[in-house]
Ligand binder design. Structure first.
Ligand SMILES: Nc1ncnc2c1ncn2[C@@H]1O[C@H](COP(=O)(O)OP(=O)(O)OP(=O)(O)O)[C@@H](O)[C@H]1O
Length: 255
C-alpha cells in the first residue's frame, strides 16, 4: 500500500521510525489487518520501560488492532514488531506470554464460572514455578481479590472483574501489559477506580500500553500518547502536550 501520511509531534517528543533496539516494544512501519482487510498502514510507535502509553483515536482507527498485532493474534503484513530488540512479529500468543508480554482484552477477559483463585491459577499455567508466591503478592496488591478468593468471577462487579483480568495477566509477571479499553462500559466512578488500578499495575514495574475511548481520562494517567487515525499515527507526544493541543482537542477530545 502506498503510504503518504503526515504525523505531528506534539510537545517536541522525539519520534523514531527506525528500529533502535532501545525500546521495550517497538512497531516500525507496520501494515496489518484481518483477511484481506488492511487496518494498520505504516504504523510506527514504541513503549519505553516503566511507561504508561495511551492509544486514542476514533472508532475503527485500529487501536485494538495494534494490540492484537503486538500480541501475535495478527501477523504484520509489512514492517516489524520488536520486544527488547527481538523481532516477535507473528510469534504465537502463548510464546509471547512467556517472553513477558501480557494482554487484557476488552471483553471475555475472565472465566465467569471459575473462582477468583482459579482464574489466577489459570493465568499462571505457563509458569514453571513460583505460582503461589506471585498470587500472594497479587492478593496483597489487590485486596478486593483477596477478600473474594473463592467467589465465582461472574459475581464480581464490572470494575472488580477488570481488576481480576489485570491480576490474571500479571501472574506471568510480564514487563509489558497491553490493556484494551479498561473503562469500557463502566460508570465514571468505577472507571476512575480502574484507572487507579492501571497505575497500580504500572507501579509493579510493568509498562502499560493501553487503548482508551475515554481519551482525556486515559491520557490523564499516561506518560505519552499516540493518536491513531485510519490505521496510522496522526499525533504523538507527552500526554500533557496532547491534552493541551488545540488541534488534538478539537479533532479527537471532543473540543
Ligand atoms: N475480526 C475482524 N475481522 C474483520 N475486520 C475487523 C475485525 N476486527 C476489527 N475489524 C475492523 O478493523 C477496523 C479497526 O478495528 P479496531 O478494533 O482495531 O479499531 P479501534 O480503533 O480499536 O476502534 P474501536 O474503538 O471501535 O474498537 C474496524 O474497521 C473494524 O471493523
Amino acid at each position: 500500500m502506498s503510504a503518504n501520511h503526515t504525523r505531528d509531534e506534539v510537545g517536541g517528543t522525539a519520534t523514531s521510525t527506525e528500529p533502535t533496539g532501545d525500546h521495550v516494544i517497538e512497531l516500525d512501519n507496520v501494515d496489518s489487518g484481518y483477511g484481506d482487510v488492511q487496518v494498520l498502514e505504516d504504523c510506527s510507535l514504541h513503549l519505553n520501560a516503566g511507561e504508561i502509553v495511551c492509544l486514542i483515536g476514533p472508532n475503527g482507527a485500529g487501536k485494538s488492532t495494534v494490540l492484537k498485532t503486538i500480541f501475535g493474534m495478527l501477523t504484520p503484513w509489512e514492517g516489524t514488531v520488536h520486544y527488547h530488540g527481538d523481532d516477535i512479529g507473528g510469534m504465537a500468543p502463548e510464546d509471547i506470554v512467556r517472553e513477558g508480554i501480557g494482554y487484557v482484552p476488552q471483553t471475555d477477559n475472565v472465566f465467569g464460572s471459575l473462582s477468583i483463585e482459579e482464574n489466577l491459577r489459570m493465568g499462571g499455567v505457563a509458569r514453571e514455578d513460583g505460582l503461589d508466591a506471585v498470587i500472594d503478592t497479587l492478593y496483597e496488591r489487590f485486596p478486593l481479590l483477596d477478600e473474594k478468593r473463592s467467589a465465582k468471577a461472574r459475581t464480581l462487579s464490572g470494575g472488580q472483574r477488570q481488576v481480576l483480568a489485570f491480576a490474571r495477566a500479571l501472574v506471568m509477571e510480564p514487563d509489558v501489559l497491553l490493556i484494551d479499553e479498561p473503562s469500557a462500559g463502566l460508570a465514571p466512578n468505577t472507571a476512575a477506580e480502574v484507572f487507579g488500578h492501571v497505575e497500580a499495575v504500572n507501579d509493579m514495574h510493568t509498562a502499560v500500553l493501553m487503548v482508551e475511548q475515554n481519551a482525556k481520562k486515559g491520557l490523564g494517567i499516561s506518560d505519552r500518547g499516540y493518536v491513531l487515525d485510519q490505521g496510522n499515527v496522526r499525533f504523538d507526544g507527552a500526554a500533557d502536550s496532547l491534552l493541551d493541543s488545540d488541534e488534538v482537542s478539537k479533532l479527537y477530545l471532543g473540543g
